[in-house]
Ligand binder design. Structure first.
Ligand SMILES: Cc1cc2nc3c(=O)[nH]c(=O)nc-3n(C[C@H](O)[C@H](O)[C@H](O)COP(=O)(O)OP(=O)(O)OC[C@H]3O[C@@H](n4cnc5c(N)ncnc54)[C@H](O)[C@@H]3O)c2cc1C
Length: 495
């Protein structure tokens, strides 16, 4: 066994890279995500070419198919205080950002094996929803399942999120789903043999307005009714939980010590590896391009690698779901909205909870690797599938963060990226059967909280699909509610 270090910032050895290759992570982007190489203070400048050379030498992909991972701004590690000093025109809408070109995956990454010609269930989207569903179907004995993913695993929002998991919601349905998900996350290491680094350091919500304070009070009552120990706390108590927090203008806070954060990518790998072990096909770099429809049923899913005949299709393509539904003549009400996020250099543990200022959409937490990870919604962000990173975001976030926690001004930002929230008119998902196309099942519209909902929603969806039992979840959040006006609004949305 070789202990030769290939990425000294993150202590990644050449053997770690070989291990990733053996696990099927053949492209540099996936190797980065699996091993963490290139995510340290040098931002990949000293290790990227060495890893790429090893991947080309020992993996199945050969040059020119071996491409560098997507570069992330800033160009050099830069202090939050410097970004915070930049002027921001709040009246302007944000612009495109870098990199502009996303969502195109090189031909060289396309699998060389044949795509199966038929499967009982085809799941479109290899994000947390699609993979969690495939995993749960296998637990019900259903393994004639193919998951189709256009890019690498974690290419969508599931590989770009903040990893926050919380029970502090505004509706009974979401409280119960989140409670169940967190219970399942606690067992994940035992069930799937992978550590998802769940840390229950709590969520601390702050508000600057009386209207939101009233909402928090109402929600806390609901949480307590559902056995969630959230409480309204004073500004002084909030400062005891997060020393150094400035509370100017804060009128109220709510805190649940059982909320937390976890590491998103490990979660996906856990599900994907279990699926593969059970014989489920997870076909990455496979783009769904259309459907064969007859007699009110989808008969085949068309892809750029061939067609698959199937009995049921699940649309779990997150923010891309509306454009795929359109291929089947179905209109979804979801809209994609870019959300930007960043990560700093690692620090010793100092921050217990994820902190969020509800009025501004600012949130930040400390990951298990020690980085401050956070984001902030932009009220001027137009709808669209944009995943570019902007300087405007870094400046706005740094201003918000250093106003709330001035002592982190010297901390350096290492990388920023963006993903899309999959937003519905009532901030709740689209689930269940599609009117007029009965064998197309919907599983999208999880806004900015799909990661934490996936384990519980997928558990219920797999049970509903494989047994005769009805489940009110798939009536309550059915597509029909948008035409009947029976909306169920969730207002505890960050950003
Ligand atoms: C910045 C940010 C922060 C967030 N923070 C949190 C958080 O703290 N906690 C939380 O719970 N949630 C959070 N979320 C939301 C969460 O990440 C999403 O709700 C969740 O990941 C959605 O999972 P999904 O599987 O539905 O979609 P995705 O993960 O987007 O997966 C959909 C997949 O479909 C694939 N696809 C698209 N088109 C096609 C096609 N034609 N053929 C085949 N495949 C296709 C895409 O490549 C993609 O991988 C955040 C999101 C963002 C963007």
């Amino acid at each position: 066994m070789s202990k030769a270090i290939i990425c000294s910032c993150e202590d990644v050895t050449a053997d770690d890279v070989r291990h990733a290759l053996a696990k099927g992570y053949h492209d540099v982007e996936s190797v980065k995500r699996y091993t963490g190489f290139g995510t340290g203070i040098c931002q990949g400048k000293s290790c990227l070419s060495a890893v790429a050379a090893l991947v080309a030498k020992e993996g199945p992909l050969k040059s020119p198919g071996v491409l560098p991972f997507t570069p992330r701004p800033p160009l050099y590690p830069t202090e939050l205080s410097l970004f915070a000093s930049m002027p921001v025109d709040e009246a302007q809408a944000p612009v495109g950002g870098v990199p502009q070109e996303l969502g195109t995956f090189p031909q060289a990454l396309r699998p060389t094996t044949e795509l199966p010609q038929k499967a009982k269930v085809v799941i479109i989207g290899g994000g947390v929803m699609g993979l969690a569903l495939a995993y749960n179907l296998s637990r019900h004995g259903e393994t004639d399942v193919v998951v189709l993913e256009r890019g690498y695993l974690c290419a969508g929002a599931s590989g770009r999120n903040g990893g926050g998991v919380r029970m502090q919601w505004g509706t009974a349905s979401n409280i119960e789903l989140a409670k169940r998900s967190i219970d399942l996350m606690k067992q994940f290491a035992r069930d799937l043999g992978i550590n998802v680094w769940l840390r229950q350091g709590g969520y601390l919500f702050l508000t600057r307005t009386e209207a939101v304070a009233k909402r928090l009070e109402r929600n806390v009552e609901l949480h307590n009714k559902h056995g969630v120990p959230t409480r309204i706390i004073t500004a002084g108590a909030a400062r005891e939980i997060v020393p150094g927090l400035t509370l100017k203008g804060i009128v109220s806070a709510s805190y649940n010590p059982e909320d937390g954060v976890m590491f998103p990518w490990a979660f996906l790998w856990g599900y994907a590896q279990h699926c593969l072990k059970k014989g489920i096909r997870v076909e990455t770099f496979t783009n769904v391009t259309g459907f064969d429809i007859s007699g009110g049923q989808i008969r085949k899913v068309k892809t750029d690698r061939g067609d698959i005949a199937c009995e049921q299709v699940v649309l779990a393509a997150g923010a891309w779901s509306p454009e795929i539904a359109q291929l089947a003549g179905v209109k979804l009400p979801n809209e994609p909205h870019r959300h930007e996020i960043l990560s700093t250099e690692p620090l010793k543990p100092f921050l217990g909870p994820l902190v969020s200022v509800l009025d501004s959409g600012l949130y930040f937490s400390q990951s298990m690797r020690g980085e401050i990870v956070g984001g902030m919604g932009d009220p001027h962000e137009p709808a669209g599938l944009n995943m570019g990173s902007t300087l405007r975001f870094t400046a706005r976030f740094s201003q918000g963060l250093t106003e709330q926690l001035p002592q982190v001004g010297h901390v350096k930002v290492l990388r920023q990226w963006a993903g899309c929230y999959d937003v519905t008119p009532d901030n709740n998902p689209v689930l269940g059967r599609t009117p007029g196309l009965d064998n197309l099942l919907q599983m999208s519209g999880f806004v900015g909280h799909g990661f934490m909902m996936a384990p519980a929603v997928a558990e219920r969806m797999a049970a509903w699909m494989t047994t005769e039992q009805s489940d009110e979840l798939f009536q309550r959040f059915n597509l029909r509610r948008f035409t009947s006006g029976r909306l169920e609004r969730e207002d505890m949305i960050i950003g």
